[in-house]
Every structure is written in C-alpha cells, then in structure tokens.
Ligand binder design. Structure first.
Ligand code: GDP
Ligand code: CA
Length: 331
C-alpha cells in the first residue's frame, strides 16, 4: 500500500501519526510519502527555518513538544532571549535552543550546495520519521500576506506569512496571499512520482490556503493530482464552522471561502469536474452537509474528526482509506 499525503504542520503531522498506526495494523507492506509545505519557510537571524517540515519530522520522530504541537520537547529559549537583549529583530519568532541545532545543520548544508530535499533527507536520518518526507519544492517560494500597513494608514504592504501569523496572530485583515517566487518553482524530485505512483492520496486536515494551497500552487502539482490514477480523499480541518486550532478562518475569508467543511470541500472541487478530491470526511457535527457535498460529485461521510489522541486519529485515517477504496470501486 503506497500512500501519498500532502501536509502542512501540526494538522498534517498529527494526522499522519495516526495514519501510520492504522496502516501498520492493517497492511503488510506500507510506504508513506509526505509532500510538505515550504511556503512557511523563512530566514531568521541567518538561519533557514522550515516550520512545517520540522513539525512533521519532530512529530513522527517523537521529538515534538506535545503541548505546543511545534518545536522540540524539553526546549529552552536562551538564544532567543540573548538576541532580544541585543535588540535584534525579529523578536517574535519562537526559536528554541534545541531547534536551532536543526536550523544550523540545515543552513550549513544548504550553503554547501545541497538541495532542501537532500538536507531534509539527511535530517530525517536522525529522526527516522518512518515516512519519506519531501519538500514540495527545492526552490525558495515564501508566502506573503497583503495587509493595510499598521504604521502607514492607507498603504498596503506585503509581510511574510510568519510575521502575520505569529506577530499579529492573523489580526490584520488579509487582502490576499502571494507566494513570492512560486511561478518559477518546480516540484522537488520525487514529488510528481509520489502522486502518480500512489495507491491512495490523502489531504490531511491541514490549512487549505497556506498549507495545502501553497503546495497546489507549485506549477505541476495540482495538474498531477487532477490526473492521478489513485483516489484522493481529504479530511476537513473545519468543524462546526470553525478551525479546530489556529486561524484558518482568516485565511479562508481572505480567499472568499466560507469557513465551513462544505465550502472547503467544494473549493477543492470534485475530480470528475476538474478538482482534486474524490472523497471528503466531515465531522459528525457537520453531517447535515453530506448530501450537498455528494451532490457536487464528492463522496462524503461524517465521522468523528477530533485528533484527541493517536488511536482516535488512527480511526480517522481508517475512515479516509476506506472512503478512498470505496470511491475507487464506485468509479
Ligand atoms: P500548521 O501548518 O501548523 O498550521 O498545520 P496544518 O496546516 O497542517 O494544520 C492546521 C489545521 O489543522 C487547522 O486549520 C486546524 O483546524 C486543523 N486541525 C488541528 N487539529 C485538528 C483536529 O483535531 N481535527 C481536525 N479535523 N482538524 C484539526
Ligand atoms: Ca504551517
């Protein structure tokens, strides 16, 4: 069973952790490839930081801080405090001391000429996440957010996604998102093959705009999904009209998409009408939307979608795989 998933950070990582548990119980021969979002990546104090790749790597490699959901367990922030004492910006980014070691290794390797995919594979030799973790692209393509300047009223500026998300907690109204450099980005080696050769493709409950949306924006990836032979099933990150965690509603609103499990599914669209999903899971609290999603050509089921622990998440993953196989046989 070859499963390929796209993924952002926390939502993606937690889902894939459950997916691993389910697949290992249910199938003999399993391989998982994760195509990770790198639109969140940023240079901080001379270090290359890839928040979503690291969240996947630390979560699956058992190094994550389980409460925060990002960064290393048993973390300290002395370097951050020292930088703050020097008065150097940015001071809002949570750079942990243990985490800095990862960024130092990555930055040195990139500076030595290795690609991000090669560097990620090297970092994974330590963490052994049990999946093949591929960045969506080796190219620099960072998400920016168009906002009204907080300092210069009437003027619109584009700030880095991380500044908008962490410093402003997405409180500045986003007028648009721009992934600078994305037109010239190409999928990292192995990404298109992972899509074309998969038995099942899953979209975890990651942010539809700034996690999954950035991956789809890499030229070639959306097309590969549209024409993939494997069934594609997505899991809603929106439950009862709100994100389970974080500010995905602010991202959806900027894109003119209602914050609902239904609207996110319809925005991805049915594959039979040129979209990217064959199936969609909504939470039991959104069961009333199942019919309308099915009417749009997307097979839909309502099941519990809170990733409260690994066993609950493994059951979600089972439902996703089950729905994928059902759509395959139906269509
Ligand atoms: P990020 O890059 O760290 O923001 O993580 P992702 O983009 O991978 O995932 C963020 C999304 O995960 C948010 O929009 C949340 O609504 C969603 N999410 C978090 N926890 C849960 C959960 O328990 N169930 C579901 N269905 N979605 C969740
Ligand atoms: Ca992210």
């Amino acid at each position: 069973m070859r499963v390929t998933t796209l993924a952002g950070g926390i939502g993606g990582a937690r889902f894939i952790r459950g997916l691993q548990t389910y697949l290992q119980e249910a199938f003999n021969d399993v391989s998982i490839t994760v195509i990770g979002n790198t639109g969140d990546d940023i240079w901080i104090h001379g270090l290359r930081v890839c928040p979503d790749l690291d969240t996947i790597m630390y979560t699956l490699g058992d190094g994550i801080d389980p409460e925060r959901g990002w960064g290393r367990r048993d973390e300290t922030f002395h370097a951050k405090e020292e930088l703050q004492a020097y008065g150097v910006e940015p001071t809002w980014f949570g750079l942990g001391d243990r985490d800095i070691a990862t960024h130092l290794v990555r930055t040195a390797s990139l500076n030595a000429g290795y690609s991000l995919a090669e560097v990620t594979a090297a970092l994974c030799q330590r963490w052994k996440p049990g999946v093949e973790l591929l960045p969506m692209t080796n190219d620099r393509a960072e998400t920016h957010v168009v906002v009204d300047s907080p300092d210069d009223p009437g003027k619109r500026i584009a700030i880095h996604f991380q500044e908008w998300w962490i410093k402003y907690r997405a409180s500045l109204t986003a007028h648009d998102f721009a992934i600078i450099g994305i037109e010239n980005a190409t999928p990292a080696p192995g990404v298109l093959e992972a899509i074309s050769e998969a038995d099942v493709i899953l979209l975890p409950p990651s942010n539809p705009v700034v996690s999954i949306g950035s991956i789809l924006a890499v030229p070639g990836i959306q097309e590969a999904l549209v024409s993939a032979s494997a069934p594609i099933v997505g899991v809603s990150p929106i439950i009862s009209g709100a994100p389970v965690r974080g500010m995905a509603d602010a991202c959806l609103t900027a894109k003119g998409i209602e914050t609902s499990a239904r609207a996110v599914a319809l925005n991805y669209g049915a594959r039979r009408s040129g979209g990217i999903v064959d199936g969609w899971l909504v939470d039991t609290s959104d069961a009333r939307n199942v019919k309308e999603i099915e009417a749009a050509g997307i097979a839909c089921r309502s099941v519990p979608l809170f990733m409260t622990d690994v066993p609950a998440t493994a059951q979600m993953a089972e439902q996703a795989i089950d729905l994928a196989r059902a759509t395959e046989h139906a269509g």
